[in-house]
Design a protein around this ligand. Structure first.
Ligand SMILES: C[S@@+](CC[C@H](N)C(=O)[O-])C[C@H]1O[C@@H](n2cnc3c(N)ncnc32)[C@H](O)[C@@H]1O
Length: 262
């Protein structure tokens, strides 16, 4: 059996979202590493392969997530280097706000091992379906919440703004499971540069288990610090202003159309 690493996505809905190719990779692997916050995901993956190892045990409150991610990559690469066909299975999509998949593929490629990624259904995909959002209509920006606080990013309030990892907003040391009200109050300072306090925003949580309801709680932005926020909460901020036409470009296009038609 030749050494390789394949990262696959399990999708968001337990047992319902996995693609045939991701399932087949899991079934044929020598070792499967599983990164899913819900232990039921692990039990389900164990039905597909006899050697399934959890990556969850590497997390600990107070421990830097940088160290956690490095240890996960090392655990996976140890098996690849031992000549095994390894699969790392992530809930959702392995490349969507999931650092370990990208890191392990990079290390494997540097060491000349075959490495590939198979897509999964992410929280982003579920969000478009559950909230009936077409990102092509007004455009859609996605940011990790802390990144939006740490850096001077350009927000376009004419499109949707989606903020991930809201629960750990402003966690500079990457050591916490949750930050909290005061941190979300600071986030508001940033958002008030573009949105009024009464702008309606959505706290979104996709259904993971068959018994789950989708959370799509609409609140005014100013209530964000007091809102219930879990590790699964994604914040959706709908457009606050209309798109403004670029008249100069429209004029140039009209001129071009005249010559292009000749
Ligand atoms: C480490 S990322 C993992 C994302 C995952 N790889 C995906 O493909 O969606 C964790 C973040 O994803 C979002 N997330 C996770 N579970 C979710 C759910 N059930 N509904 C909505 N967003 C979710 C939240 O923003 C959360 O902070």
């Amino acid at each position: 059996m030749s050494a390789s690493i394949t990262c696959v996505g399990l999708g968001m809905k337990l047992g319902a979202h996995i693609s045939p190719i991701c399932k087949s990779h899991i079934e044929q692997a020598d070792v499967v590493f599983c990164a899913a916050s819900d232990s039921l995901f692990e039990l389900w993956v164990k039905e597909m392969n006899l050697d399934v190892r959890s990556l969850q045990s590497y997390y600990a409150e107070g421990k830097s997530r940088y160290d956690t991610y490095k240890q996960m990559v090392e655990a996976i690469m140890t098996e690849v280097r031992a000549g095994k066909k390894v699969v790392a299975a992530f809930y959702g999509h392995p490349c969507v706000f999931a650092r370990v998949a990208g890191d392990v593929i990079e290390v494997a490629e540097q060491e000349n091992f075959p490495a590939q990624i198979e897509a999964g259904i992410s929280a982003e995909d579920c969000l478009y379906a559950d909230l009936r959002i077409d990102p092509g209509k007004f455009g859609c920006q996605h940011f990790e919440t802390s990144q939006l606080m740490f850096y001077q990013r350009i927000i376009d309030p004419a499109g949707y703004l989606i903020l991930w990892q809201l629960a750990v907003a402003g966690d500079r040391k990457l050591t916490r499971y949750a930050t909290g009200k005061a941190y979300r109050q600071l986030l508001l300072e940033r958002l008030y540069q573009h949105y009024p306090p009464d702008h309606q925003v959505i706290l979104y949580e996709a259904a993971v288990l068959p018994i789950d309801n989708v959370r799509k709680e609409v609140i005014p932005l100013q209530q964000l610090p007091n809102a219930t926020v879990t590790q699964a909460t994604t914040l959706v901020i709908p457009p606050a202003i209309s798109m403004v036409k670029d008249e100069m470009m429209m004029k140039k296009l009209a001129e071009l159309d005249k010559t292009a038609l000749e």
